[in-house]
Design a protein around this ligand. Structure first.
Ligand code: NDP
Length: 359
């Protein structure tokens, strides 16, 4: 979770909180119980039905009737606080900020909400008036598990095991292990810290890169600034990328950085596809220079059907689902409830999206 930022004075008035994203009624009730000063507005018939548990966008085919659209617009206009970006979209953010001058805070359901805020192109005045907090931290556990799953899959040769199983082949051969390898965690926020913790528990030597090069994190032997990334690559037998997509991080794992990874290295990306030069990655996987890659995120999503990544035997593809969990909404509701208490006290909010760095 990002460092909190001070938000203002304690609140004595009633605060209207609008639930603008599909959410289970029990969790809405839990949010209402946070404090008597809040007035939660929740009209599930105005929200698209979720396509799967914890879906925040809901069905694309959902349309509000004329009457429902009027009620939806009026409800949004009364909000001081929103749970979820309306429509889970950039346009939804732009529209609600423009239409509602009393809006003060939006709790997004995505950890990467900074990208939506950047794309919305809000004015500095709007960004000063409306605080946006992300769901950073909520997805750290599931994504760190996926990262370890990816590292283990290639260290312990899952593709060969699966092929041998299908062929009923009984052959003896030694496989690699994670213990003793050097793991480079790129991005040391909520996800990166959990990856580092698990990597250290597996006996890996953990190095990490963040923006500043400063952080004290248990299990991390060394923290470096982003400018050291390429120089660290020759040591990185395993790389787990957990970066947000910002102006600074786009394409940061370029052909030069990937070219410096040692032979047999494994790469996992759970941050954003746009931070890696996908063509250079494909080439390194094709050559067999990299042992494998486990990817949850891609430069273009859905991954185009003609992408070579689909056909490479040393690639595991997860369709941006590694963070999904049946407990996701529960965790977001907990984070929101804690932030609501802070908001009412006038305290700092957790996970405020930086209005200049956009993460
Ligand atoms: P945090 O905000 O907690 O951490 C981000 C980390 O990235 C920080 O350590 C930050 O450095 C570092 N960073 C930012 N810019 C740079 C840079 N230029 N060079 C090096 N490091 C940089 O985010 P989370 O860990 O919660 O999430 C990270 C990203 O993962 C999200 O923004 C989102 O895009 C993605 N994500 C993907 C999901 C999925 O479904 N696959 C789900 C959830 C998130 P510093 O510590 O110095 O600030």
């Amino acid at each position: 979770m990002r460092e909190p930022v001070h938000n203002g004075e304690p609140t004595t008035r009633r605060v209207v909180v609008v639930i603008a994203s599909p959410l289970e009624p029990a969790l809405v009730a839990r949010i209402q119980e946070v404090d008597d000063r809040i007035d939660v507005r929740y009209q599930p018939e105005l929200l698209p039905p979720p396509c799967y548990p914890c879906d925040h966008r809901g069905s694309d085919t959902f349309r509000r009737s004329h009457d429902q659209e009027g009620r939806w617009v009026r409800m949004l206009a009364e909000a001081e606080v929103l749970f979820g970006v309306p429509g889970d979209s950039t346009q939804g953010l732009v529209d609600v900020v423009a239409a509602n001058p009393t809006l003060r805070w939006i709790q997004a359901t995505a950890a990467g909400a900074g990208e939506t805020v950047r794309q919305a192109g809000l004015t500095q005045n709007a960004l000063a008036r409306v605080t946006i907090t992300s769901a950073s931290g909520v997805h750290a556990g599931p994504l760190a598990e996926f990262a370890m799953f990816g590292l283990l899959a290639f260290a312990r040769e899952l593709p060969r095991l699966l092929a041998d199983t299908r062929a009923r082949r009984w052959e003896h051969y030694p496989v690699g292990e994670l213990a003793g390898r050097t793991l480079l965690v790129v991005g040391l926020g909520a996800i990166g810290r959990e990856v580092a913790r698990l990597g250290a528990a597996f006996g890996m030597r953990v190095l990490a890169v963040n923006r500043t090069g400063k952080a004290e994190v248990a299990g991390v032997a060394e923290v470096h600034p982003s400018s050291s990334l390429v120089d660290l690559m020759p040591q990185a037998q395993a790389v787990v990328v957990t970066l947000p997509l910002t102006e600074e991080t786009r394409g940061v794992l370029d052909a030069v950085a990937i070219g410096r990874m040692p032979a047999g290295a494994i790469l996992v990306n759970v941050g954003r596809g746009g931070v890696i030069d996908e063509r250079a990655l494909i080439q390194a996987l094709r050559d067999g220079r990299l042992a494998g890659a486990a990817l949850d995120v891609f430069a273009t999503e859905p991954l185009p059907l003609d992408s070579p990544l689909w056909r490479l035997p040393n690639v595991l593809i997860s369709p941006h689902t590694a963070a999904l969990s049946l407990r996701e909404n529960d965790r977001i509701a907990d984070l929101f409830s804690e932030n609501l208490r802070r908001y009412l006290r006038g305290d700092d909010l957790i996970n405020r999206v930086d209005p200049t760095l956009f993460y």
